[in-house]
Design a protein around this ligand. Structure first.
Ligand SMILES: [Zn+2]
Length: 347
């Protein structure tokens, strides 16, 4: 199952809104074949592994990181539970059930009905962690939200003298997060101040959708985030009409959203709900201060990845607005170069 999980993770950033799945076929204590779901619309892990195993799959054991799927309306690929039965697999080890209501136990039921022995719950926690984006998305129709921040020892995220607070190793971690997440979200302040590209610079990396929260469409049309149409801008209804036309001409989606309770901001809950409707299963929030503060204040994050760098900035922008605090209830810390990187789970 550990091998199957390793294989599953190879699909990171490529299969959304599907889950990551790995499958290993073994016989007599020896691995015959392994497979994974590598691309949305491509073969499922079981089909990939069974294809490689061929006739050897008869009488073998299969280890799958997620309950094999069944047929349902609108489904594009054949059912894996049926494929497993057809191949003559004797026993199936399943890490975790698929919470998708179309599957949810039906895959396991189909296998048992066909006389296949099923063992559940192998490496269940790790399998749930591997599919945390998918699980949150199918259960709530909202993306999994990761708030990423790099903060100095005195709690600042920006100063006129410092171009970068965190170190190159943490920057590498961020590139991996960009590759894995379906979207990056920033506020117009970040676009105007930093003019970032918000692409994934990892080798063979995949660019996420760039989601920009820009209430009054203040970001310049020639900003780098508007370089291509892989971008959506959330704004208020009465936002600048000319700017809107200019952006739409470039193929950029403009999404009108209601204001939040405090008037001058967007309702971020609605923004995440809309991203969910767009089948975005995960969002990396990269700032700035206003967005980060709202996300924490409204409890909209699932995870905060916080790098603390050994720097004192003195003058500069504090990470959060006053009164905003982030709980450290369930946190782990790792050393990344000379930064301490905290991963804080909301629940
Ligand atoms: Zn399947």
């Amino acid at each position: 199952m550990r091998r199957a999980l390793e294989l599953a993770l190879q699909g990171c950033g490529r299969v959304s809104p599907n889950p990551l799945v790995g499958c290993v076929i073994a016989k007599g204590g020896r691995i015959i074949a392994g497979g994974f779901h590598g691309k949305f619309g491509g073969p499922h892990a079981e089909a990939d592994a069974l294809g490689k195993a061929g006739a050897e799959a008869a009488g073998a054991d299969a280890y799958v990181t997620l309950e094999p799927c069944v047929r349902f309306e609108g489904k594009k690929t054949p059912s894996c539970a049926e494929a497993v039965v057809k191949a003559g697999v004797k026993r199936v080890f399943v890490a975790v059930r698929d919470p998708n209501p179309n599957v949810a136990g039906k895959g396991i039921e189909l296998l048992k009905q066909a006389g296949v022995e099923v063992v559940e719950g192998i490496c269940e926690d790790d399998a749930g962690e591997a599919n945390k984006f998918f699980f949150k998305f199918v259960r709530t129709k909202r993306p999994y939200v990761i708030l990423k921040m790099a903060v100095s020892l005195d709690g600042k995220i920006w100063s006129p003298e410092t171009s970068s607070i965190s170190n190159p190793q943490f920057a590498g971690m961020v590139q991996k997060l960009r590759n894995d997440c379906d979207a990056i979200l920033v506020g117009s302040g970040t676009v105007i101040t930093d003019n970032p590209r918000l692409t994934c610079r990892m080798p063979q990396g995949r660019d996420p959708l760039r989601a920009i929260v820009d209430c009054n469409l203040e970001s310049p049309v020639n900003s780098k985030v508007f370089n291509d149409a892989n971008c959506a801008v959330f704004c208020l209804r009465n936002a600048d009409g000319n700017k809107r036309k200019a952006l739409e001409k470039r193929g950029i989606r403009i999404i009108e959203t209601e204001a939040g309770e405090d008037g001058d901001r967007l309702n971020l809950e609605r923004v995440f709900a809309t991203l969910g409707e767009m089948k975005i299963t995960s969002v990396l929030v990269e700032g700035g201060r206003k967005i980060a503060s709202s996300v924490v204040r409204e409890g909209l994050y699932d995870e905060c990845v916080l790098a603390i760098a050994p720097k004192i900035l003195g003058e500069g922008t504090p990470a959060f607005e006053s009164g905003v605090e982030i709980g450290f209830g369930n946190a782990s810390v790792q050393t990344v170069g000379d930064n301490a990187v905290f991963t804080i789970r909301k629940r």
